[in-house]
Ligand binder design. Structure first.
Ligand code: BT5
Length: 226
């Protein structure tokens, strides 16, 4: 599926390049960079992107938007788990190891086109000031970035048709099995702040929380506990 891969040594952000390339290139394609100067997450939060990490944006057509951002964590989780079985997912789609962030995913959609930004700390060192919240696979030993990239793309290409046909539903229980804070109390900041026990996720990817005033489903937000 992803036969076109644009490789960049250094760029601002693969997200920005991918959007610009859309006027010249037919999806699906991938923009991959060795390093990014202005890598970003949601709400323009800075994403540290030194050489050695896996930084890419995938662009592809999709008829299905709901559940996409949670679904994308599944092929990545499956591949990374081969290297450390303790890897967990923090709703909606961050991957964590030992309570620290290993990978972040940024999903944007425009009509029926998905822009999926994936950042994984693989062979990069984590700067001292970020060591309290970030972790790299490098700490587990010699792990090859290209191999991880190829494995993720292969797994994603295998699973995307399943997602296209059935949505997030077939992946929901696997996701919940790896969900950090499952059955624990958390605080989520979305349109408002919600406190309660995590019961799981819906087939559309909403987080289900049992609060003092009943069960709530959260469409978008940030879990504040990590
Ligand atoms: C994300 O945002 O987790 C999505 C990150 C997506 C990055 C990829 S890299 C390729 C593509 N091009 C881009 O410009 N972006 C995408 P968010 O949930 O907003 O998390 C951002 C927060 O993660 C920051 O505020 C830091 O706390 C933390 N962080 C920043 N850099 C990190 C890193 N390298 N490893 C772990 N945590 C990091």
């Amino acid at each position: 599926m992803f036969r076109t891969i644009i490789y960049l040594k250094k760029t601002g952000s693969t997200m920005t390049v991918a959007k610009r390339l859309l006027s010249m290139l037919e999806p699906p394609f991938i923009v991959l960079a060795e390093s990014q100067i202005s890598g970003h997450g949601q709400k323009n939060r800075k994403w540290l992107s030194q050489e050695g990490g896996l930084w890419l944006t995938e662009v592809f057509y999709t008829e299905r938007i709901l559940g996409l951002s949670l679904f994308i964590s599944i092929p990545i989780l499956r591949v990374l788990k081969k290297y450390d079985s303790r890897i967990k997912v923090k709703w909606p789609n961050d991957l964590y190891l030992n309570g620290k962030k290993l990978a972040g995913i940024l999903t944007k959609t425009s009509h029926n086109i998905a822009f999926v930004g994936i950042g994984i700390n693989v062979e990069n060192d984590i700067p001292d000031e970020a060591k309290k919240y970030a972790i790299s696979l490098k700490e587990l030993g010699n792990i090859n970035k290209t191999k991880i990239f190829e494995e993720i793309i292969k797994e994603e290409e295998r699973l995307l048709p399943v997602f296209g046909k059935n949505g997030f539903t077939p992946f929901r229980s696997e996701y919940e099995d790896h969900l950090i804070f499952m059955n624990k109390n958390i605080t989520v900041k979305g349109e408002s702040v919600t406190y309660g026990k995590v019961l799981g996720v819906t087939n559309l990817g909403e987080l289900i929380i049992e609060t003092m005033s009943g069960v709530e489903k959260i469409v978008q937000g940030t879990v504040l506990n990590l």
